[in-house]
Design a protein around this ligand. Structure first.
Ligand code: SAH
Length: 601
């Protein structure tokens, strides 16, 4: 079976040396169903020259991987080149397998993706991609996961060249960041229905995000947002032509693009109704069905008795369209009937539009080191068009943001304001990343943000390595049994509450990690907390002090509860105190998994 990153289509593999053949065999083994080996040289009876192999592979395959120098490959494929639309993508891999170079057909030929896939399949290999949109970190308009039509190449070019491009959004849709030359049009332009061609006032380039069916001019690319659902009802045996024509006409009359339709929806009883199934197929969307009870409770403008008697709900088309679009849906085409010539109508349809939801990603950046930032966090940062966070954390990841991402940074404090800003930006339809060090939910921004957030935005949490875990990994295995984190900051929590929790942890013999342990203005809390633990733990109980875990200036000290020097502790530090079973082994803190270990000693 093919490995999960196997490319689509057929990949021809050509090699000329022993090292090349080894790499080639590795790819062939990883993607057995997606590759064809073109033998060269002395192996096997059919083997020909490298030129013959490349020529055949070029004609027969969707893509090529040549285990040859780029120069040799260029000379071999030069006479074969036809055009951008038809040539296969070509990737070169060097003799030492250090680089997979996308040489030809980066986008259309799939060479960029193939270079990434090859690099993943060959250990130590890195992809080399030189096409403009990829290299600039600007998403190709065709890579945003939305149908796109119109002047895609011209507008992509303008975006890259830094020419002014108007962004006109009829749908609030969280788009990834675009460079600063792509600027949101003013409100009045956004409202105007007439100007999607972009040939109005300034005759410039336009990127339009719209489900309206206007035909764009030669300087406008249109992204089709997934906003519409079509509800359909049909009597038994309704012909597919009748259903499809009804849906097509309903969209056309309302000026809506079929590319923005995400599904056809109907009642469960009609799941197998041939005319409906076929209409969905022709539209290229899935058919989604709902139980009659669910449809029956959706308030609709045009309920009727016929479907109630037939399938048990007073509305199929309107109710299914609204249900498919979820909360906040708007009925844009009320129920209408088909109009076949010479007989009664057998189909109904309605169209609903979903309200688009902004996206708030609450992203933990980890303790500092880049390799402790999770790939998922990295993806969310790349996706964000607005980044909100403390300036020092923004600095930690600034290079990962897309060009044009709006950064709203602020200094220490102002947490609530930061949280409110992030939520407001998400409600305005943006893709927002609210960032915090460690885990963004641990003594950080997630709670104030989610306390503000309403149900009309999507919220995604990305966990990060919190300081207690980063420190524990440096100290040994201090968290091997039940443990607790306690913040010693009494800025927002009365000291009595903190003290009660420290006492409880002491009494219940929990391993304790202190966050915010000590600052210039708060120096008595840590000694006090340690004294409370010492009422229940011996002075030789192991304790660890970790400053700047995984950051420059990292310092780890394993000491004891009795000897811990608070003077070595500041706000860049966490302090972890073991339980009564914790031991120091070879200079490392070890908390056994169970207390039986202790008894058997
Ligand atoms: N959200 C953060 C914690 C914020 S509270 C997280 O999950 O890690 C701030 C406190 O965290 C600091 O005072 C310090 O006690 C601790 N801290 C954060 N990062 C640290 C690091 N890299 N090394 C040591 N302590 C750290």
């Amino acid at each position: 079976m093919n490995a999960p990153n196997a490319p689509a289509g057929l990949v021809g593999l050509v090699s000329a040396t022993a090292a090349g053949r080894r790499a080639r065999d590795r790819l062939a083994a990883a993607w057995p169903e997606a590759t064809r080996v073109y033998d060269t040289g002395g192996e096997g009876g059919t083997a020909g020259t490298v030129r013959e192999a490349v020529t055949r592979a070029f004609a027969e395959c969707d893509r090529l991987v040549c285990f040859l120098a780029t120069g040799a490959t260029v000379r071999l494929i030069a006479p074969l080149l036809g055009g951008k639309a038809d040539d296969p993508g070509v990737v070169c891999v060097d003799e030492a397998q250090r680089y997979a170079v996308a040489l030809l057909g980066g986008h259309a030929g799939g060479a960029n993706d193939l270079a990434h896939a090859v690099a993943e399949a060959l250990p130590g290999c890195r992809p080399v991609v030189t096409t403009a949109t990829d290299a600039a970190g600007v998403p190709g308009l065709d890579t945003l996961g939305l149908p796109v039509e119109g002047a895609v190449a011209a507008v992509s070019r303008a975006i890259l060249d830094g020419e002014p491009v108007r962004l006109v959004r009829h749908s609030v849709l969280p788009l990834p960041a675009l460079p600063p030359n792509v600027a949101e049009a003013t409100d009045s332009a956004t409202q105007s229905d007439g100007g999607p061609g972009g040939r109005g006032a300034d005759d410039g380039y336009t990127l339009l995000v719209s489900d309206r069916a206007a035909t764009p001019g030669d300087r406008t690319a249109v992204l089709r947002p997934p906003t519409l659902a079509v509800g359909v009802g049909a009597s038994r045996g309704a012909p597919a032509d009748e259903v499809a024509a009804l849906v097509g006409q309903a969209l056309a009359d309302a000026g809506l693009s079929p590319l923005s339709v995400t599904e056809l929806a109907t009642v469960e009883a009609k799941a197998g109704e041939e005319g409906i199934v076929e209409a969905a197929r022709r539209l290229g969307v899935p058919l989604r069905t709902y139980p009659a009870e669910e449809l029956a409770v959706v308030p609709v403008p045009h309920p009727s008795d016929a479907p109630l008697a037939a399938v048990g709900t007073p509305s199929v088309a309107e109710a299914a369209a609204l249900l498919a679009c979820g909360e906040g849906a708007e009925l844009v085409v009320p129920k209408r009937k088909s109009a076949p010539e010479g007989r009664a109508a057998m189909a109904t349809c309605a169209v609903a539009r979903r309200r688009h939801r902004g996206r708030l990603a609450v992203v933990g950046l980890g303790p500092g080191a880049r390799d402790l930032l999770t790939p998922r966090a990295r993806d969310e940062l790349r996706r964000a068009s607005v980044v909100v966070g403390l300036d020092q954390y923004v600095d930690q990841i600034r290079d990962l943001l897309r060009p044009g991402a709006r950064v709203l940074e602020s200094g220490l404090g102002a947490e609530e304001e930061r949280a409110r800003t992030a939520v407001a930006e998400a409600r305005a339809g943006h893709a927002v990343a609210l960032i915090g060090s460690g885990d963004a939910g641990v003594y950080a921004m997630a709670s104030p943000a989610l306390a503000e957030a309403s149900a009309d935005i999507d919220v995604v949490g990305v966990p990060g390595v919190t300081a207690a875990l980063a420190a524990a990994a440096l100290l040994g295995a201090p968290l091997g049994h039940d443990h607790v984190s306690i913040s010693l900051s009494d800025l927002h929590t009365p000291w009595e509450v903190i003290e009660r929790r420290v006492r409880a942890a002491a009494e219940s013999d929990l391993v304790v990690t202190f966050y915010n342990p000590r600052s210039r203005g708060r120096d008595w809390q840590l000694p006090k907390a340690l004294a409370l633990l010492a009422e229940h733990r011996a002075p030789h109980t192991p304790a660890g002090v970790v400053r700047n875990a995984s950051r420059p200036g990292e310092r780890t000290t394993v000491t004891t509860l009795g000897e811990l020097d608070p003077g070595t502790v500041d706000m860049m530090t966490v302090v972890t105190v073991g339980n009564t079973a914790t031991r120091t082994v070879a200079g490392r803190m070890v908390t056994p998994r169970g207390y039986r270990w202790q008894e058997s000693r």
